[in-house]
Design a binder for this molecule. Sequence first.
Ligand SMILES: [Zn+2]
Length: 120
Amino acid sequence: MSLKSERRGIHVDQSELLCKKGCGYYGNPAWQGFCSKCWREEYSKARQQQIQGDREFAERLQREEEAAYASSQGAPSLTFSKFEEKKTNETKRKVQTVKKFFSPSSRGAQKKGNYLHLFT
Ligand SMILES: [Zn+2]
């Protein structure tokens, strides 16, 4: 029994020395048993998978939002669509106020321009 486990231990040690991918290079425990080349490959693959996963998650969120918006069109009782409506109205009102603010000052600027023209 002890001999068997010993032999298995040696076998595991040998395979642990070699790169996990079996490329023939020696692995390093710091790189999870991969050689530096395969570790970089595995690392970039994992990163790409993560990026892909993030994109899928964002796309799914967008689809869910669109679906919620589409369903809110037929259900005006939803607070979200009401809030959006209110926000749009407020923005319009603000734009009108800004226009009111601007028209007298722009007229004043015109007068000033005329005055300067007369002066020169
Ligand atoms: Zn390798």
